[in-house]
Design a protein around this ligand. Structure first.
Ligand SMILES: [Zn+2]
Length: 260
């Protein structure tokens, strides 16, 4: 599943590739993604519009059209985008496609058809860890409200903070030098502060790394350079041997030497 840093860079690259372009034709191949509209209604709402901008809102991509209407794209777990030439064959499992006047096509693909394209823009009320509203004060309260939960469990709580998955939760904990299984109630104020800054910094660093890696592409899932996550039986950047445990039901890597 894409996490917040991938989605942030995806929004930037979607904006670079499609902003200012007119959609001359829309194909809706599977109707699930455009519900509750019918394919005909969806086509009518998008065809002929110019994309003014694309930006990330939580885990969704927000397309603003020249008529002021906004369309939300949620890739869900398996959704993918492709940006290709009109003369190329649409990939398997394409659910919808926007054809631009410059003969480029934005393809929405999902074998599960869970991907969502919605004009209903009642936003998520969940906190975005890159928004200015994500403050130490907010974070402290979050920690204090769930004193019995593991730190990683709180970072993963999608009803409280959006877009942090298992990978970045492990990285945030590593960068904070705090073990992911640490019970929140036991955190001292200075550690809450460190964890808060690590959350923001880890995500921002990953965005920079992904931006560099994919250079404007919109295809595929990408990640930053992980220090501990996914390095099973591996070593931390200081070459200590990592441990793998289960926290919040998720495979978790941490360094017993660097993290207390
Ligand atoms: Zn270490």
């Amino acid at each position: 599943m894409p996490e917040l840093p991938d989605l942030e860079v995806l929004a930037e690259n979607l904006n670079k590739n499609t902003a200012g372009k007119k959609i001359k034709k829309v194909a809706v191949i599977k109707e699930n993604p455009v519900l509750p509209l019918t394919p005909t209604e969806f086509v009518a709402a998008v065809e002929g519009k110019i994309i003014k901008s694309v930006k990330r809102v939580g885990k969704q991509q927000l397309f603003t059209f020249d008529d002021g209407k906004t369309l939300l794209l949620h890739l869900m777990i398996h959704g993918e985008l492709h940006y290709m030439k009109e003369k190329e064959l649409l990939p398997a499992y394409t659910v919808a496609a926007f054809y631009f006047v410059d003969k480029k096509v934005l393809v929405f693909k999902d074998h599960t058809q869970w991907l969502k394209l919605r004009f209903d823009t009642r936003g998520e009320s969940v906190m975005d860890p890159l928004a200015p509203e994500f403050t130490l004060q907010f974070f402290r309260k979050l920690i204090q409200d769930m004193p019995k939960n593991a730190v990683k469990d709180i970072l993963l709580n999608q009803e409280k903070i959006t877009g942090i998955g298992s990978a970045y939760a492990d990285e945030i904990c590593y960068n904070a030098k705090i073990r992911p299984q640490t019970v929140a109630g036991g955190l001292e104020e200075k550690n809450i502060k460190i964890l808060f800054h690590s959350t923001v910094d880890t995500l921002k660093t990953a965005i920079k790394q992904i931006r560099k890696k994919i250079k404007g592409k919109i295809t595929g899932e990408h990640s930053g350079d992980f220090s501990v996550h996914g390095k099973k039986k591996g070593r931390c950047p200081l070459t200590h041997k990592l441990e793998t445990v289960s926290v919040a039901g998720r495979g978790t890597e941490y360094c017993p030497k660097c993290q207390k």
